[in-house]
Design a protein around this ligand. Structure first.
Ligand code: ATP
Ligand code: MG
Length: 556
């Protein structure tokens, strides 16, 4: 049993359990989720959130929410609030809420300490000169002519940088490590730069800002983080993370890297998402086609489905591309269990049942959710005129078409078998109405007609119908792997022009006029849908979350 349990631990859990055995952190587990507030969170962040908060829960530890706000140019309050909201929505509550900017004084002190230790210097070279003298992985870099300044001169210059005496770009503080290191990140990395821009929290107090590599590990240290989990591209930064902490002689967390989530048919970097939003390719950060958490929420995804997805993909040490159909599988599974059923018709044709008494209505009963019979039934009004889906009728059907045809019979779900007797068209030849008869003894649940039909279709009674706008979404891109763009092409060239189809006059049951934004439904035979925030009683709006089956898998 124990051996089995051990086997199922992921590699991060194994590291944690090893630390717990050796007592490295005294049995403590304290993680953090450290977003930069420069955009909205996406499904990749959700993976990191589930991992960090999940580990804290599993090991009775803590998890902080830390805004990594060291770059005043790209960060905004709007993003801070959206992040907080999204983490909560996913179902997690942080222990401490902190900002890297809370630690600017301490970080500055540590920078001075490094200068006093002879481990950092002010460099007057421009960014271009620094880049040009860094060398390549096989050729050592060149030492800066300013590298051997005295401690006094460095302290004086750094203080004057802080006091705002120098122009942006004119000087930086660099660590003094090794310009010949095989690891490029150890070739005297920049620790502080001048930026004369107000910060969303510290205002104009600072005009020098710490670089990510300097700030991140030191913030982890301040907060007593035990396991600092980040994505794979930071593996090569780890020697610098460790070096800074060792030089300063402060508490030392363990950085651990895992593979970032890449999802097919979409982009995940905030820079690209911002480009889609600002370029008007989508309608905002919460556009239901985006992989942002606010987009997924608006699309009808539930926190449970996203957590389940994060759990299913697990943590890997190698980058890979996860098929978006796995995410769709997770929401389908959730909504199948939890979404009440209703009938809606996206492209209606009217059926008149000529032998059904005029003015009569009756109630037929349907399970609210066949996956949860304990929820009981709902009553659906049926009458002489109903709408059916245009697709569910074919004048010249191919072999194997089991729905309605001239002279053919089909069951109206939960109600009666009907037979089509007359097809009425307008002057353009478009079918506008089907006249049918029904078989009174064929009522569902009490069928004594002896008839057998192969097809069952959904419908909405005309007297019960209301109009709605229905938005059908498809993949935002036409290619699966956006990291593999052919030469000479831009990733935006692969935006799917048909990613949104709006149906203006879909038919819903009147009872859905009461739906509130975020309510989810299965429209029988059509898919899972949710009420959009744009909805109103006058003009209800629904989003298709996902189809009932994986239609893409079939097409490929
Ligand atoms: P982006 O490239 O989308 O801007 P980022 O890494 O710059 O992402 P941050 O706000 O810095 O975004 O990320 C916060 C946390 O979320 C980090 O710990 C980061 O490793 C993690 N994270 C970001 N993207 C992913 C992803 N695709 N998969 C897993 N974790 C991710
Ligand atoms: Mg980042």
């Amino acid at each position: 049993m124990e051996a089995n349990e051990h086997k199922s631990l992921n590699f991060i859990e194994q590291i944690i359990e090893e630390h717990n055995r050796t007592g490295r952190f005294g049995g403590r587990v304290h993680t953090r989720f450290p977003p930069e507030p420069n955009g909205y969170l996406h499904i990749g962040h959700a993976k990191s959130i589930c991992l960090n908060f999940g580990l804290a829960q599993k090991y009775n530890g803590k998890c902080n929410l830390r805004y990594d706000d060291t770059n005043p140019s790209t960060e905004e309050i709007e993003y801070v609030e959206a992040i907080r909201n999204d983490v909560r929505w996913l179902g997690f509550q942080w222990d401490g809420e902190f900002y890297a900017s809370d630690y600017f004084d301490q970080l500055y002190e540590w920078a001075e300490q490094l200068i006093r230790q002879g481990k950092a210097y002010v460099d007057d070279q421009s960014a271009e000169e620094i880049a040009a003298t860094r060398g390549t992985p096989t050729v050592p870099g060149k030492e800066s002519p300013y590298r051997n300044r005295s401690v006094e001169e460095n302290l004086d210059l750094f203080r004057r940088m802080k006091a705002g005496e120098f122009e942006e770009g004119s000087r930086v503080l660099r660590a003094k490590i090794d310009m010949a290191s095989p690891n490029m990140h150890m070739r005297d990395p920049v620790l502080y730069r001048i930026k004369k821009e107000p910060h969303h929290r510290t205002g104009t107090k600072w005009c020098i800002y710490p670089m990510y590599d300097f700030a991140h590990g030191l913030c982890d240290s301040i907060e007593g983080i035990t396991h600092s989990i980040c994505t794979l591209e930071f593996e090569v930064h780890r020697p610098l993370y460790d070096w800074l902490i060792e030089q300063l002689g402060i508490y030392h967390p363990q950085q651990i890297e895992f593979a970032r989530l890449n999802l097919s048919y979409t982009v995940m970097s905030k820079r690209k998402l911002l480009e889609l939003v600002e370029g008007g390719y989508v309608k905002g950060w919460d556009d239901p086609r985006l992989p942002t958490l606010s987009g997924l929420r608006r699309r009808g995804y539930t926190p449970a489905a996203i957590r389940h997805f994060a759990d299913k993909i697990g943590v890997a040490k190698r980058d890979n591309l996860i098929d978006v159909s796995l995410l769709e599988f997770c929401i389908r599974e959730d909504l199948n269990k939890n979404a009440p059923r209703t009938m809606a018709v996206l492209h209606p044709i009217k059926v008149v049942i000529t032998n059904y008494p005029e003015g009569q209505t009756e109630m037929v009963s349907a399970l609210i959710n066949p996956e949860k019979p304990e929820l009981g039934t709902r009553l659906v009004p049926f009458g002489r005129e109903v709408y059916i889906e245009r697709d569910d009728f074919m004048e010249n059907p191919p072999k194997g078409y089991f729905r309605l045809t001239p002279g053919g019979e089909v069951r109206l779900k939960y109600a009666y078998i009907i037979q089509c007797q007359e097809v009425i068209k307008d002057e353009t030849g478009k079918v506008t109405q089907l006249n049918c008869i029904y078989f009174p003894e064929s009522k569902s649940g009490a069928d004594t007609s002896g008839k057998r039909v192969k097809g069952t279709i959904h419908w909405v009674a005309v007297q019960e119908a209301a109009y709605a706008e229905v938005r059908l979404y498809d993949r935002l891109f036409t290619i699966a792997d956006l990291s593999d763009i052919p030469e000479g092409k831009d990733w935006k060239d692969f935006i799917n022009p048909h990613s949104l189809e709006v149906i203006n006059n879909a038919i819903i049951e009147k009872s859905l006029l009461q739906a509130k934004p975020g309510d989810t439904w299965q429209f029988e035979r059509l898919g899972y849908f949710c009420t959009d925030p744009d909805t109103s009683h006058e003009k209800p709006v629904f989003n298709r979350t996902v189809t009932l089956k994986d239609t893409w898998a079939k097409m490929q």
